[in-house]
Design a protein around this ligand. Sequence first.
Ligand SMILES: O=C([C@H](O)CO)[C@H](O)[C@H](O)COP(=O)(O)O
Length: 185
Amino acid sequence: MQMTSYTESIMNELQRTVARIDDQSVGLLAGRIVQADQIFVAGAGRSGLMMRAFAMRLMHIGLRAYVVGETVTPGLTAQDLLIIGSGSGETKSLAVMAEKAAKAGAPVALATIVPESTIGRLSEIVIRVPAATKETADGGATTIQPMGSLFEQSLLLLFDALILQLMDLTGNNTSTMFGRHANLE
Ligand SMILES: O=C([C@H](O)CO)[C@H](O)[C@H](O)COP(=O)(O)O
């Protein structure tokens, strides 16, 4: 198949998937984000890359956002919020992180394929993304793509749409946000 046909299939998969994400749980997360003192985001592998992209936009909005594991990332308190992106909801390092956050009294939010997963059970807000997990031998009717690709792409779209909601809530626009963009690049 040609590249353009593959991208068309991917776009169709994405449209089907993001259309089934629950708006209410995303709205709930938007509310928690603006209330939090600091926002910590985490994810492993490709899911982690999408979470890093989200953290950058949170910073552009003027929020105190950190990627867990960076050398400059401070400690988390009960006034903060931890947002995890994990397709399986079972990635060990993230499950331990969610447990630690819950012990510190901080709410955990999770975007995942499996709400009933270990991390899902530790999370106050769970956003279900109906994609195929990375272990699924083949995505069946859900996806032609390998492993967690559909989930990872959906994460990017979900969080970019959430950023638009946060821009509305906080009165930001592209020029206020660009004003906060890194100027040492
Ligand atoms: O990097 C990944 C892999 O390429 C799957 O497509 C995953 O994102 C990584 O292994 C983390 O897994 P999850 O926590 O289940 O998202």
